[in-house]
Structure formats: structure tokens, C-alpha cells
Design a protein around this ligand. Sequence first.
Ligand code: SF4
Ligand code: SF4
Length: 498
Amino acid sequence: MSENTLPRVRNVIGMDVLRLPLLGRLLRHRHGRLTLQAGMTLVALALVIDGFVGPQSAARNLATVAPWVYLRGFVVIALLLAGNIVCMACPFTLPRTLAKRLSLGGRRFPARLRNKWLAIAGLFALFFFYEYLDLWASPWLSAWLILVYFVASFVLEAIFTESAFCKYICPLGAFNMVYSTLSPSRIAVKSQDICASCVGKECVNGSYAPHAVLRIDEIQIAGAEPQRVEVLHGPRGALGCGTELFAPQIRSNLDCTFCLDCVRACPHNNVSLFTRMPGAELSRAASWPRRWDLSLLAIALGFMGISNAFGMVPPYYALQEWLALALGLSSEFIALLLIFGVMNLLLPAGVAVGAAWLGRSMTGFQARDSLRETAAAFAPTFVPLGFGIWFAHYSFHLLVGPVLILPVIQEFLGGIGDWERFSLSLDINAIGLIQLVALLAGFFWSLRLAQKAALRLYQRKALLGLLPWALVFLLLMLAAWQIFTLPMEMRGTLDLFA
Ligand code: SF4
Ligand code: SF4
């Protein structure tokens, strides 16, 4: 094997997670991800079955309790402590792999759609219909949503060469990818020298071929003799990166599903999953492409965190009533579209353009940086605060009934749910404290990142350039805290205690 013939070189700082005794072996294994996905597919099937034939009560059905209470809580904890392991184990990519193996994908995703606009639209639609259709309360609709996800990922993978669904469309993937930028892990190569000599670039191209093909790489590592390495492509070869990331050039977790296909495909054992300083990429200028779609996605997700929580507190219903009385908007659909349109799209877009314009005007740097470049410099700084808002919200629902899913599973398996035994809850004051810490930590982390960005852009006038963004952070944090101190609907658990 090539990996045994090459000298071991490591240029990256951080622990190589894939060298850990048990976990590393499982993840590196040819069928490691498949095993995880197969397990998650069985779980998804259980959810669909319960959603269609189980009790149509939100708190007693796996199709509602699992995704809308537990998965969301698990997602934010996993992103914070490990990385994007939810995308790694995502069952929706199993049909994707099947489509790829059947060589169905033929053409590239349309060039004009190779950005995050569809993902922003998908996130908007998901949160809108979650609220409008009360998705959290309908096991039947939730089961349909899971099926739609499976079909969409298969169809898109069958049509296009790259993983268009994960990279450009999936709202859950967009959420995970943005917030995995503050995770303590990332994909990196061990030696840039090896990549420079590598001919096949299998990490992105894959090593799959209908028939066996032998290739010779001459690897040149500084200070060592050149090594001739045999690389075998064939029917048992691995897929390359579905989202078309080239391992030696990866600067961000954006677009990385942590699938580890690059690790398995690299014939020189040169790619791995490394630990890093949480959020390290967020303070580097060149980590994210300077694009409006990416900037708006990062900023809008913070606002969506506010609107999602706002939909569960009394002032939301008061606002709906006011809209009906003052503007004659009796249609819930239109009223919700208006509220979410303003909160989730107009406000973030206004902030991106307005704060960038103000910062440039106050510092006198209008001529040097465009609005797009200025917004792009500050957009990543929204990640910690946005994450803090989501963490505070999701951890609340999770900690109010941390094991209430167990009686739901008992009933799904045909037993009697032991609701009394598993209805324990964390003290409400302790939950409030966790929410406050999450918000404050997100706020100060965002502020620190924005300060670094302002120093980079405006040097001695950094304070002036920072002001508009700091004000937005403060307002977002206060709005979130105000919402979290109000009585919140206990979606998915309320009817148990009513
Ligand atoms: S990561 Fe591996 S496959 Fe990719 S360029 Fe480097 S050596 Fe080649
Ligand atoms: S193949 Fe691409 S998406 Fe998968 S882990 Fe490697 S870089 Fe990330």
C-alpha cells in the first residue's frame, strides 16, 4: 500500500481523530459511513412508519418527537463538541450513494444555482411551513417530509454529478455547514508536498473506475528521496468529494459534510479529520468566499433563530391579532409570510447592507472596499451569536424532558410507555442559566471576531467600523433573551401534562 511507502509527514496542528483506536478505525473503514447511515436509515424508517400508522399525538409519536425535539438538540450539541456528524450519518445521502454507484449522475448543477440562494429559500420555507402547518404537531406531515427528503436527494443525485442536494439545497445541511464553522474539528491534509506530486487528486476525483487501472505517482517530499507509488483505481474504488472540495485547499468547514470520502479515496493516506481551535476559521480573512449569498445565509440564520423562537411565545399571537385588526390581514398565511419575510429576509438583508454601508461611511473607507466585501468580512462573525440563540432555544426543549423519548419508543415497540418514570426535567432555573450563558458566550465571541475584522479593515478607525455590527449583536442578543424569558410553548410535550 502506498501509505506504507511514504515517509510520515504532518504539517497541520491538532490531533488526528482518525488515529484514535476504535473510533478512528470505524470512521476510516470502507463501510464506516455506510454503517452509520444504515443505522440512521432504520431510525428514519421507524419514524415514517410511526408517523403514518402510530398515534397522531405530537408527544406520543416518534415522527414528531425525534426530529423536532431530540434531533435538533443533538445537532447543536454535536456541532459544538465534535463537528458536523449529523451530515456524516445523514440517512438521506444513502440513496445519493446508490444513485452515484449506478452512475446515474451525468451533468453539472446549473452554474447560476451553484450558490446558497436555494438553501436560504429552503430554510425560509422550512421554518415558514413548520409554523404555518404546525409540522411539530403532525406525525403524518412529518413522515411525509422525511419521504420527500429521501426522494429529493435521490432524484438530484441521479441527475447531477455533484452532491447538489447537500451543497446547494438541503436546509438542514445549510444549517449544519454554517455552524460547523465553529466546531473543533476539520478536514485537512497532512502534507502539501504529497498533494503537489499527486497526479490523480483522488480526494476530489475518486478512485472508482469500471475496470482496474494502475497509475504511478512520483511523490517528492522536501528533504527526502522521490518515491514511486502505485495507485490502483477500480470497481472497489472510493467516491471523491461529493461537494467538490479539494482537500489541500480546504479553508473552511462550509460545504463539508464530514463524509470522509476524501479520506478513503486518497491513495497516499494524506487526508484526515483533525481537531482545531473551535471557530478558528471565523477569524481568518480568506476562509469564506466573499459572496452575498454566503453572507446573507450566515446573518439570516441568526435572525431565523429569533423568529423561530418568537413563533412560540404570546407576543407572536398578539402581533398576528394586531395585523388582522390594523391591516385587515385575516389570512394566517399572509400574516405569517409578512412576519417571517420581514424577520428572516428583509431585516438580515437590511443589516448586511446597512451595517456595511454605515461602517464604511463612518471610517471613510468607501472607496477601498465594496459593500459586498465589507459585509463578507463581518458575516462570519454572526456565527457564534446565531449559534448561541439556536443553542439556547433547542437546549430548552431538550432539557425540559431529556428522556421523554424513551416512553415513545416503548409504545412504538408495542409496550406500555412508562411516562411517569421518564418525565423528569432539569430545573427550570438551571435551564435559564444555560440559555443565558449560551447567549452571552455567543454575543462576546461574535463581538471579539467583529473587532478583529474591524481591525483588519479599518486599523486605527476600527472602533467606528465595529459600532454598527456591535449594535446589531446587542439588539439580537437582547431580543433573544427577552423571548426566552417569556412563557414558551412546550411543543411536543405540552399535551402530556395538560
Ligand atoms: S489529498 Fe490525497 S488525493 Fe488529494 S491531492 Fe492530496 S495526496 Fe492527492
Ligand atoms: S469528501 Fe468532501 S465533504 Fe466529504 S469529508 Fe472530505 S472534504 Fe468533506
